[in-house]
Design a protein around this ligand. Structure first.
Ligand code: 5AD
Ligand code: SF4
Length: 350
């Protein structure tokens, strides 16, 4: 395995031209070795946009009063699941804002139980925030396999610049550790290109990911949303210029992560499509191996607006899948249906 020091990582993170080409070629070789041309698919259901948190960058933060809040009915979720089965997805991802009250927890537990009973073959991933150990254990026992919790920024200072003071960096790390203790396949990720972030922060993120030995990653570019505090920073004035730089840095980051952690699953973020029409495909070509088309009903999509220009807001689940498949096939990758697509890294770890 190639071992890169911090200086090399920093320089490769900003690479372009031939150096970047070589970087992608090496990452692609590693990707081919463990996954061939396969791309694992997960259907993602954004079942609620209600959130008790106030992350400075996020469009559905609690204090954004212009968002129409929803939590899907169980029947609506069941319809999404039926679509997932009919389309032969091997895994489902349940994503929502963070709600830690008993009613919300009970509801989530019911969804997991329902999926486990009705579709025991489906891989179940949750992405619903910082639950305590006991509740994460309950969800695991009910049938959940994987959990995604982005650290967003592994450096405490930057984390605190991106979140209000009642958000705890320590607790986030603690929850990630608990997820590992509970034998979840654990995924994390960061936001790339936020105000205040330096290349050194990104190098530390790579080191943190490796040190914590995570199984999966879902990372992506920061895309401003106008109803958020972060939008107000000077940075936004430079967004037009920064866009390409952020796209490049994100792709370089993915390639480096693939080289550093060859067997982990790396998902391509939908946010990449806000920077480039083929953003998610470029990520596959830089080493990512998972894509998560939204199966959220079209009527809900404009209310799950984490950032501006979110792609496929005007499409339904079947149209979204078709669009994704066209691009994946066109780029020469093989979409994998009917398989959970566990992280090889996790299987080795167990
Ligand atoms: N740009 C990109 N990603 C965002 N998220 C929230 N707001 C933004 C934004 N403005 C991401 C967070 C969170 C995930 C659900 O959405 O990283 O973990
Ligand atoms: Fe809530 Fe997640 Fe948005 Fe933060 S990023 S405000 S926790 S939905």
């Amino acid at each position: 395995m190639t071992i890169l020091n911090k200086l090399q990582l920093k320089s490769l993170l900003k690479s372009s031209g031939n150096v970047q080409k070589d970087l992608f070629a090496e990452a692609l070789l590693v990707r081919q070795k463990y996954f061939g041309n396969n791309v694992y698919l997960r259907g993602i259901i954004e079942f609620s946009n209600i959130c008790q948190k106030n992350c400075y960058y996020c469009g559905i933060r609690k204090n954004n009063k212009s968002v129409q809040r929803y939590r899907m009915e169980m029947s609506e979720i069941e319809a999404c699941l039926d679509f997932i089965k009919q389309a032969n997805y091997g895994s489902v991802v349940l994503q929502s804002g963070e709600m830690l009250d008993e009613i919300s927890k009970e509801f989530l537990l019911k969804i997991v139980q329902l999926i486990h009973q009705k579709y025991p073959e489906l891989g179940i991933t949750l992405s619903c925030g910082e639950f305590d150990f006991d509740f994460l254990k309950k969800l695991k026992e009910a049938g959940a396999h994987r959990y995604l919790l982005r650290i967003e920024a592994s450096q405490k200072l930057l984390y605190e610049q991106l979140h209000p003071s009642d958000h705890s960096f320590e607790n986030r790390v603690e929850v990630l550790k608990n997820l590992k203790k509970l034998n979840y396949q654990v995924g994390t990720g960061n936001l790339i290109g936020t105000p205040y972030q330096t290349l050194d922060d990104l190098v530390e993120d790579l080191m943190f990911f490796q040190k914590m030995d995570f199984d999966m990653f879902g990372l992506g570019p920061y895309v401003p949303h106008e109803n958020t505090p972060l939008f107000e920073t000077d940075y936004v004035k430079h967004w037009g210029i920064k866009k390409e730089e952020i796209l490049n840095t994100t792709l370089n980051f993915i390639a480096l992560l693939r080289i550093m952690m060859p067997t982990c699953n790396i998902a391509t973020a939908t946010a990449l499509d806000s920077l480039h029409s083929k953003g998610r495909i470029l990520a596959l070509q830089a080493g990512a191996n998972v894509i998560m088309p939204s199966v959220t009903p079209q009527s809900r999509r404009e209310d799950y607006f984490l950032y501006q220009n979110k792609s496929s807001v005007d499409a339904g689940a079947d149209e979204t899948l078709d669009l994704v498949l066209d691009k994946v096939l066109e780029a020469g990758f093989i979409p994998v249906f009917g398989e959970r697509g566990n992280a090889v890294h996790f299987c080795n770890r167990m």
